[in-house]
Design a protein around this ligand. Sequence first.
Ligand code: GLU
Length: 400
Amino acid sequence: MSRLSATLSRVKPSPTIAVTTKAQELKAAGRDVIGLGAGEPDFPTPAHIRAAGIRAIEEGRTKYTAVDGIPELKAAICAKFKRDNRLDYTPAQVSVASGGKQILYNALMATLNPGDEVLIPAPYWVSYPDMVLLAGGEPVIAPAGIETGFKLTPEALEAAITPKTRWFIFNSPSNPTGAGYTWDELKALTDVLLRHPHVMIMTDDMYEHLAYDGFEFCTPAQVEPALYDRTLTCNGVSKAYCMTGWRIGYAAGPQDLIAAMRKIQSQSTSNPCTISQWAAVEALNGSHDFIAENNTVFARRRDLVVKMLNEVEGIDCPTPNGAFYVYPSIAGLIGKTSAGGAKITDDEAFATALLEETGVAVVFGAAFGLSPNFRISYATSDEALKEACTRIQTFCKGLS
Ligand code: GLU
């Protein structure tokens, strides 16, 4: 096709979605595939949240709403920020969109001019750089490798900021590594940001509630109140509330930025699904007891996967304190050849051969900007994880 825009030629399709789709296709074709690609909980949406969605349908709350969210949901979001993060926001500072992705996209579209830089620590979630490119900006990648626990150091942050830096994107606990920043680690970063008043902070807190081993979540505007006026605090109900398909993300920040995001949404998708908004009200206001129960299961699965991967010579898998991902290094396997004859030249070749030869779908590290690694989402059953890790062990033992 020759009629695509110049902008589109700069971006690629989402690799996480590509891997998930490929695994589903192979499964449908009868292959024995274990998908560890998709970052979504295997648990169903809790019953009280589902019931709120059904009620909304039955009571006819199925029409257009205010473009960026019903007042009831905005009130629930303000209460959530106060309760969980000690942050005060008014409803006029809140935006609701069709998933966390649309929130980030709206914010970038609303603020970037050609040449504006967006600073992104790597490994990063796959969509950040491509969204920046779609919005006409330039992603600038700052390394946060395994040697610093996949966390950006203040020195690396300082070194990557330029006069053109418009945003710093922060994500903790991280997709794809699961690494969560402690208060002190985050404070060291916000101290740097205080010295650069032209930089806005976009914090993606989607994995806030998925924390293990007593890890205490914190967010930039909470750690450094002086950054409140230039921080967009983004979150959503997808992961903690097992509501990925309902597509509800939200953010709070400066009122003029929220208004600009609303303008974009008013000319693109209009309001997020009305029924989903009512379900999200229940998610945020209702019982949160199931989150602790889910986290007990996630922590057990994490330990299982970390242990089995570290039994493999050539794999180094750190134990993360959040999200539901691990991001092992396969530096010790590069250059080898698989039993099926595939040369493991890089992490993409590893993931491809693993899928072809064992049916285990993972996402290769290059997609997240840091190699040689791969991402496993352990938000799936213990049995599937055990079987998948056994297959990975066998595959790696077969490398020569
Ligand atoms: N955020 C999830 C993931 O990383 C969902 C897929 C996507 O939107 O990228 O797998």
